[in-house]
Write a protein that binds this ligand. Structure first.
Ligand SMILES: [Cu+2]
Length: 121
């Protein structure tokens, strides 16, 4: 193999390795940042958060309402996730596709929906 080919291949391997390393660190820093926010929230004790989102699934048999929610300030970035509800009645209050405003109560990360209402649009 010609020397220049070896040099090019080594450079490429180095570039891929360093680039991958940056990506990995980027993800770690992002994850740690998220964990820090959650840890601070947990240390603060029981809390109440308000958020808005769209209902993706209502699964009373497993006790979960799946919601795509906007950022919950001081707690979570926007995401789609399942929430427990404090009362079985809450599962009957909403349907898939509803835009909703809801409250989460409890000590993070053990939060449950305490109120949920459809947003009129
Ligand atoms: Cu979330």
């Amino acid at each position: 193999m010609a020397v220049w080919k070896v040099v090019v291949l080594l450079d490429l391997a180095l570039a891929l390795g360093v680039g991958g390393g940056y990506l990995w660190w980027g993800r770690q820093v992002e994850r740690l940042g998220r964990e820090l926010v959650e840890a601070r929230a947990a240390a603060a004790g029981p809390r109440e958060y308000r958020a808005e989102g769209v209902v993706r699934a209502v699964l009373p048999e497993v006790g979960v309402i799946v919601i795509t929610h906007e950022e919950i300030s001081g707690y979570m970035p926007a995401m789609t996730m399942g929430f427990r509800a404090v009362s079985p009645k809450l599962y009957e209050a909403v349907q898939v596709g509803d835009a909703v405003r809801f409250s989460l109560g409890g000590t993070p990360p053990n939060l449950a929906i305490t109120t949920i209402e459809k947003l009129g649009r």
